[in-house]
Design a protein around this ligand. Structure first.
Ligand code: AOF
Ligand code: ZN
Length: 377
């Protein structure tokens, strides 16, 4: 007799399915579901788009009558609320599923354990926590928004081997090669919003868009159709009306302070920007923490990609608002006059150095990608 397949194996399969929603489920979480009976998959599915059926519904439809007596492996607690689609916990009960294995509880306050309770009340055996870390990582943005009211912030920077991001003039195209730039396109595509500083736009005139042809994914066109929100931190409304990003598909939000010139605001709005007034932080600039909370609440932003220069990157790091860094390191030297990764003017002693934990290093074409996370003080 062969040994029974481990729950982790089925959950890994459900996670793989969930990953198919990486670029499309926003602002919903990525969720996968596998229905197993007598060591065989009788139905599976994943959540593809907000407003469309949840993973469990797809899996139950695929299984039909075979769902009766099956075990459901779901990467997120089945929902208990009547949202845009019905409660999945009830659908599992009604289909006669015998057991449910869940990777993680749903941090959405509308669910938060009620789905699991509903299943247990119907005498279904529920196991929680199988491959929980992997499930949490897949939806780090959704989890952050639901449990802390702000998005998960991922900083992306391209730098030379000597840690420089642009020449003194601001010229920076291109430090890294095409494969690294394709990875950046994918980072944009999975994000709800791209956050930048007005200086970066003034220097690079970046469009901050997802380009289907550069994504090199089979469904690139459909993915690029949903452009992430562009967010420009611009305390004094210096964004040029002619900025390229204002002519691109998708929205551009300009975060500024209350004491801006009204005519500048009117001209930017005419050019297609949406202006939002934020409180000032102690340094007199836009309060970045408040801005992130605004993005979570008003825009349902799960993952924010920070693509910017040393000033805003330094300010975000100082404010402990960076959750992950993706640093692309190119095999080139730009020299001491060039711009550094972070402006951290307050640092002068070794005792003040900022620690980071390196999670992964890998080659991307001719470049290297370092994934790291700042260690919290
Ligand atoms: C599940 N399975 O596949 C997903 C779930 O607006 P709605 O109706 O789509 O509900 C979205 C909420 O449902 C979302 O915030 C999260 O709590 C849960 N997502 N739940 O059982 C799924 N995508
Ligand atoms: Zn559901």
């Amino acid at each position: 007799m062969s040994a029974a397949t481990l729950p982790e194996t089925w959950m890994a399969r459900a996670l793989k399915l969930a990953e198919r929603g990486r670029y499309t489920t926003d602002p919903n979480p990525r969720v996968g579901c596998v229905l197993v009976k007598e060591e065989r998959v009788v139905g599976e599915g994943w959540h593809e788009r907000a407003g469309e059926p949840h993973a469990e519904v797809h899996a139950l439809r695929a299984a039909g009558e075979a769902a009766r007596g099956a075990t459901a492996y779901v990467t997120l607690e089945p929902c208990s609320h009547q949202g845009r689609t019905g409660p999945c916990a009830r659908a599992l009960v009604e289909a006669g599923v015998a057991q449910v294995v869940v990777a993680m509880q749903d941090p959405n306050p509308q669910v938060a354990g009620r789905g699991i309770a509903l299943l247990r009340e119907a005498a279904i055996e529920v196991t929680v926590g199988v491959l929980e870390d992997e499930a949490l990582a897949l939806n780090s943005g959704f989890v952050m928004r639901m449990s802390h009211g702000r998005p998960f912030v991922r900083l992306k920077m391209a730098m030379s081997l000597d840690g420089r991001t642009a020449m003194r003039s601001g010229e920076s195209q291109w430090i890294t090669g095409p494969q690294a730039r394709r990875e950046v396109q994918r980072l944009r595509a999975r994000s709800s919003a791209i956050l930048t500083g007005v200086e970066s736009i003034i220097f690079d005139n970046a469009r901050l868009t997802v380009r289907a042809e550069q994504l090199a994914l089979p469904d690139g066109e459909a993915i690029a159709a949903r452009q992430p929100l562009r967010v420009v931190v611009d305390s004094r409304l210096r964004l040029p009306q002619a900025a390229a990003c204002l002519r691109e598909p998708g929205r551009t939000l300009v975060a500024t302070l209350a004491d801006h010139e009204p005519e500048r605001r009117a001209r930017l709005e005419e050019a297609g920007a949406e202006v939002v007034v934020m409180p000032a932080a102690a340094d007199g600039r836009v309060d970045l923490d408040a801005l992130l909370h605004h993005l979570a609440e008003a825009e349902q932003a799960n993952e924010v990609l920070l693509e910017t220069g040393a000033t805003l990157a330094g300010a975000m790091l100082e404010a402990n608002l960076i959750d992950e860094m993706q640093l692309f390191v190119a095999p080139t030297l730009l020299g001491g006059e060039a711009r550094p990764l972070f402006a951290l003017p307050g640092l002068s002693l070794m005792a003040q150095q900022k620690g980071v934990e390196i999670l992964d290093i890998r080659a991307v074409g001719q470049d290297w990608r370092i994934t790291a996370r700042p260690t919290r003080p």
